[in-house]
Design a protein around this ligand. Structure first.
Ligand code: RNT
Ligand code: ZN
Length: 422
């Protein structure tokens, strides 16, 4: 582990090096500290939730692995998350799914949920001064009949899920109001077909109708922002999803609500980075589910890939930091779940840092001059500038461990807390 003086000294050298390419690293770090990441609750307990609907996960969501120490209660999940954010630089948000409702003895249906079932979440978020985001839960429930929710042919099933959608927006607004920080409520449905459908039109037309019913009530955008999340295919819905990319782009643009781009929801070689500046021509704001697709799985822990860096570059270089709500979406039960949170989130922050310290002004100037040779040369050279020194310094100034020193803390917590859970 580096000593604090060395980190400071190395940073000063790195700062000089970056200044040579016209980059002010102090300014970059100030900007970085202002970008929150919405960290998903569901990495902490394998998308389990606390509502005891007695259903398997389903909906094409599959969590593999059996690493010991998973959070069994909301209290444990909150404690685990506090451990995670204690080693992540910056101030971030917590993204809660409706199935993380705390029933306190009573059974409340998903069509009847209210902020009451989330009062502990809200009080906790307030106490630790973080914002919260929210999600309708359209899976792991007996009313997901034949894999259908808002697109079901059965009006009673549609009605149930429309009510759920409405309740969740109300909860989102209550969260935003209580915390004084706008809540993004994200809607994703698992609906789709394993094999070639005979009717692609019917489910989509029903989905438009159902969504319009969910979003009918105007809610103050200061408290809640609605977002819809497309997905091309899933496990068990390989051939068709009504909520495809084209469907939801059209829906979000025509209704002026947010669109959630999930990095794992497109053709396996298709990234989301290039979509950001396209959809932002038509939408005031969007949300991201930063994830990592590997073959058929869309939800591996986020690593520092070219794709992740491309996403961060688009957000930062496009000046979109205030219009893009960055969230994470992955789940891995084969490693320490707190470490999974930490690794993915720290990587997202690192990617943003790399974008912030890139010599973008010079790159844009070279491009405008038509000097593509120099643009490529500088872009490649910039990859090797001493960003790790800036990162360590950032961690140090934010009072979290630099380098890999966070791991020892997570391991200690595993020994003291997680290993006692049976
Ligand atoms: C599923 C979607 C969705 C879920 C979460 C749990 O493919 O990505 O966002 O992962 O809602
Ligand atoms: Zn997602």
């Amino acid at each position: 582990m580096s000593n604090p003086k060395n980190i400071e000294r190395t940073y000063q050298l790195a700062k000089e090096r970056y200044a040579q390419v016209g980059v002010d690293t102090d300014k970059a770090l100030k900007q970085l500290a202002k970008i929150p990441i919405s960290i998903h609750c569901w990495q902490g307990d394998d998308v389990g939730g606390f509502e005891n609907a007695g259903q398997q996960l389903g909906g094409g969501l599959a969590v593999t692995g059996n690493y010991p120490g998973k959070a069994r209660t909301a209290q444990e999940l909150r404690g685990d998350f506090e451990k995670a954010i204690s080693v992540i630089p910056g101030s971030h948000r917590f993204n809660v799914h409706a199935c993380y409702a705390e029933m306190s003895g009573k059974k409340v249906g998903r069509d009847a949920l209210s902020a009451n079932q989330f009062k502990n979440w809200i009080a906790w978020a307030k106490a630790i001064k973080i914002g919260m985001d929210f999600n309708q839960t359209y899976f792991a429930h007996p009313k997901v009949v034949g894999g259908f929710t808002l697109t079901s042919e059965d009006p009673a099933i549609r009605k149930f899920w429309i009510e759920h959608g409405i309740r969740c927006r109300e909860i989102g607004a209550a969260i935003g109001k209580a915390l004084g920080k706008t809540c993004v409520t994200n809607l994703w449905i698992p609906d789709g077909m394993k094999d070639t459908p005979a009717d692609r039109k019917g489910p989509r037309e029903r989905l438009v109708e159902s969504l319009d019913a969910v979003f009918k009530q105007k809610i103050d955008k200061k408290y809640n922002l609605d977002s819809v999340e497309p997905k091309l295919f899933g496990i068990g819905t390989e051939s068709y999803t009504p909520g495809s990319s084209e469907f939801y782009i059209g829906y979000a643009v025509s209704r002026q609500i947010l669109l959630t781009l999930d990095a794992g929801h497109y053709h396996p070689t298709e990234g989301i980075a290039d979509k950001i500046s396209s959809v932002l021509c038509y939408l005031p704001e969007i949300a991201l589910h930063v994830s990592r697709g590997v073959r058929w799985d869309s939800d591996h822990v986020v690593t520092l890939t070219d794709e992740l860096q491309a996403i961060a570059q688009e957000i930062v270089w496009g000046g979109y930091a205030n219009r893009v709500h960055i969230g994470l979406d992955y789940f891995d039960a084969s490693i320490n779940r707190i470490a999974a949170w930490v690794i993915g989130t720290r990587n997202m922050v690192k990617a943003l840092l790399l974008a912030l310290v890139a010599p973008i002004d010079q790159l844009k100037r070279l491009e405008a001059e038509g000097d593509y040779t120099s643009r490529l040369a500088l872009m490649e050279d910039a990859k090797f500038l001493p960003a790790s020194a800036v990162w360590d310094y950032y961690c140090q100034t934010m009072n979290v461990p630099a380098g890999d020193a966070w791991l020892a803390e997570v391991k200690r917590h595993e020994k003291d807390v997680l290993s006692k859970r049976v």
